[in-house]
Ligand binder design. Structure first.
Ligand code: MG
Length: 162
């Protein structure tokens, strides 16, 4: 069992931009700004994908979904997460749990956490919601996150290779 466990971490930052939708964990959040990016800029889903890819040794999202490739322009990151999940399955990995911390001065994201967990679960082969942790913190107004310039997410994943 011990020899079959793999842990991975992921980290991502996207800056806020006027005129964009704010999508987090596949859920649209009503807010005055969205996040800039080539895809839908779903920073939470990006960090989760990198944690899964890191733990399985399958690379990172930049390698799988290059941000200069027109086919990924504006794409739903949840679709990309489904692709990562299939890749893990092909390589005999199962997800034990995922944990994340969303760092943002605003908006409050925890009111959306159950909805985000449901969407993420569906993209991950109906992984039980209690295996997906979403937590949120501000940075006490410090740094670029605290000034409301960007949002960051840290993610960890524990995988079992069968
Ligand atoms: Mg990203």
């Amino acid at each position: 069992m011990i020899n079959s466990l793999r842990c991975g971490t992921g980290f991502d930052v996207h800056r806020f931009e006027e005129g964009r939708k704010l999508v987090l964990g596949g859920v649209e959040i009503a807010w005055e700004k969205g996040l800039a990016g080539h895809s839908d800029a779903d920073v939470l889903t990006h960090a989760i994908m990198d944690a899964l890819l890191g733990g399985s040794g399958l690379g990172d999202i930049g390698q799988l979904f290059p941000d200069n490739d027109p086919q990924y322009r504006g794409i739903s990151s949840i679709l990309l997460l489904s692709h990562v999940y299939k890749l893990l399955t092909t390589h005999n990995y199962r997800i034990i749990n995922i944990d994340t911390t969303v760092m943002a001065q605003a908006p409050k994201v925890m009111p959306y956490s159950d909805k985000m967990r449901a969407v993420l679960s569906a993209a991950l082969g109906d992984l039980e919601a209690d295996r997906i942790g979403i937590k949120a913190t501000t940075t006490e107004k410090c740094g670029f996150i605290g000034r409301g310039e960007a949002m960051a997410v840290q993610a960890a994943a524990l995988l079992y290779k069968g």
